[in-house]
Design a protein around this ligand. Sequence first.
Ligand code: NAP
Length: 249
Amino acid sequence: MTSPAEPAPRAALITGASRGIGLAVARRLAAEGYALTLSARTPEPLEAAAAELAGPGTRVVAVPADAADPDALAALLARHEAEHGRLDALVLNAGMGFGSPIAETPLRRVDKHVALNFRGPFALVSAALPLLRRTAALDARGARIIALASLAGLMPEPDLAAYSATKAALVSLCESVCLEEGTRGVSATAICPGYVDTELAAWKTDEIPAEEMIRADDIAELAVALTRLSRHAAVPRLAVNRPGSLFQA
Ligand SMILES: NC(=O)c1ccc[n+]([C@@H]2O[C@H](COP(=O)([O-])OP(=O)(O)OC[C@H]3O[C@@H](n4cnc5c(N)ncnc54)[C@H](OP(=O)(O)O)[C@@H]3O)[C@@H](O)[C@H]2O)c1
């Protein structure tokens, strides 16, 4: 436990933290000394991630929650605040992508993409802003929201219309946060990678071998770098390409 004389350690809340990019970010932030709240839907791998990262200097709580459900997100945020008291980095990482041509995409699939990739993040950002502002007032680095969008949010891919559109909306949300909250020390970055070697991209390995994909660790390294910047640097979006491909926003 932190004694009253010591400032509370910087704290991060990460959705989709039980594997892939979210777990890679959690590992890096734990190594930086962050207190963590990890969330995902399935309890067992989430508990395993928390057990891996918790240590004498690292307080980690695991909170199962569906990141498409605003009520579950409100409870997740309340638990984070009760456990850690501050929020230096909010990592909006949980997301889904299910491909199909527009003509064959049922609206319920569109709704699922909207709920998880945009509506949930919007709800969490909205609810978290008071705590982010209070935290930013304590630290010269301010407080950061880091959202995992996608290159597809900057330039749509064929057969990924719902994914691309919802990631574009997430990019726009990060830009709006920078505009509205920047002078209070809160900013947001949409990290927009091409294919990253995780479970989510496994369907693409016939076309792009896993070893040619971006590493989850590279995305985590960028996320940590963002948390080290001063409040004077806002980075609304970051495009991350595979070698041999090039798209810049
Ligand atoms: N991999 C890529 O090529 C790539 C490229 C660009 C952007 N991204 C984005 O990066 C983010 C992370 O992707 P990833 O590749 O690391 O995926 P991943 O390996 O499939 O991991 C997804 C994580 O999110 C959790 N999750 C899934 N649905 C959830 C829900 N409804 N509520 C809460 N948690 C949920 C999963 O745990 P549970 O299933 O237990 O909930 C898991 O912890 C996503 O937003 C994705 O769109 C990925």
